[in-house]
Design a protein around this ligand. Structure first.
Ligand code: GUN
Length: 305
């Protein structure tokens, strides 16, 4: 005979992590620091961005980056190339920006066309101006706990966890995705002494992914597959961070696109203590983290000379 379990289900009071609000607060803090810097006779921080081609997503992201600079009082420059720009020409521009004293930091928007080696371009950037934190020197410094530029999404996620006072010490954090930009650096940051999480990095060859995810106190989805994380993969009371920002066609928006996260929000949210929405969660934090890194570059806070 089946035994009925009459224990009432715990109903979580799920709280939304409002990345938009935290990013707006951080932007205000940065703008304030820029005002003080200028008042003290310091230079205006200057971010440059190189954009190759006309990919819709990249166009949008770079436009936001330039707009964000204006909002906090930074100077910005946009350097554009067509899709067929030779690799040597791009590398020559990177060298020029490395040597331009007025530019504190710059980024080369990825992805690049197939005929250009992204790794070569990243390695050509002076680590002192690598505000994306993609250069092996910055990644290596980060791994051993030296001051470094930390890539924007991991930086933004750590800041969200900190500002929402999410307990990380001793917690099991499962990250789905091992990219050089998000999953891998984030796994190292979360295991550092200041954070003290126990981290598992899951990927396409991970076995029993659902069972693994069910052991996560903090679950971070960074795979770029819309709505991959379903309700039955999430433990009651978990904290869920959704890094996904896949652009899907939509006839409900002016742009013709909408962003979809890696988490099936409506199923997962009722099980969580905290969850980030898409849009309005990690995305705005990624944007503000680039501003923070540019300010650190301009004020020589990472590399001292
Ligand atoms: N493409 C997608 N995200 C990023 C980013 O953070 N920086 C750069 N340079 N390119 C990207």
């Amino acid at each position: 005979m089946a035994v009925r379990n009459n224990t009432p289900q715990k109903i979580n009071t799920m709280k939304l992590i409002d990345g938009k609000k935290v990013a707006a607060d951080m932007k205000q803090e940065i703008a304030q620091q820029v005002t003080e810097l200028k008042r003290a006779g310091g230079k205006t921080p200057h971010l440059a961005a190189i954009l190759v081609g006309h990919d819709g997503g990249s166009e949008t992201y770079v436009a936001y980056k330039i707009k964000d600079c204006e909002a906090v009082g930074f100077q910005s420059s946009l350097i554009r190339y067509e899709d067929d720009v030779p690799e040597e020409e791009l590398l020559a521009k990177v060298k020029e920006l490395n040597e331009t004293a007025g530019i504190d930091g710059f980024i080369v928007q990825l992805p690049l066309p197939a005929h250009i080696s992204e790794q070569k371009v990243i390695e050509a950037i002076d680590p002192r101006k690598d505000v994306d934190g993609f250069h092996p020197e910055n990644l290596g410094r980060m791994v051993i706990g030296l001051p470094s530029f930390v890539s924007a999404t991991p930086y933004g996620i750590l800041e969200l966890l900190k500002r929402y006072q999410v307990e990380t010490s001793g917690k099991h954090c499962v990250i789905i995705g091992r990219s050089n930009i998000v999953g891998r650096p984030l796994s190292i940051l979360l295991s550092q002494k200041a954070v003290n999480a126990t981290v598992t990095v899951a990927h396409s060859r991970t076995r029993n992914l659902k069972e693994l995810c069910l052991t996560a106190d903090i679950l971070i989805a960074a795979i770029g597959v819309p709505e991959f994380v379903k309700g039955d993969m999430v433990k009651q009371g978990a904290v869920v961070i959704d890094v996904g920002t896949t652009r899907v066609k939509s006839d409900q928006t002016k742009s013709g696109f909408k962003l979809k996260g890696d988490v099936l929000f409506d199923e997962v949210a009722p099980r969580c203590d905290y969850i980030t929405p898409v849009p309005g969660g990690v995305g705005p934090m990624t944007r503000v983290a680039l501003l923070q890194n540019t300010l650190l570059a301009a004020t020589r806070k990472i590399y001292k000379d």
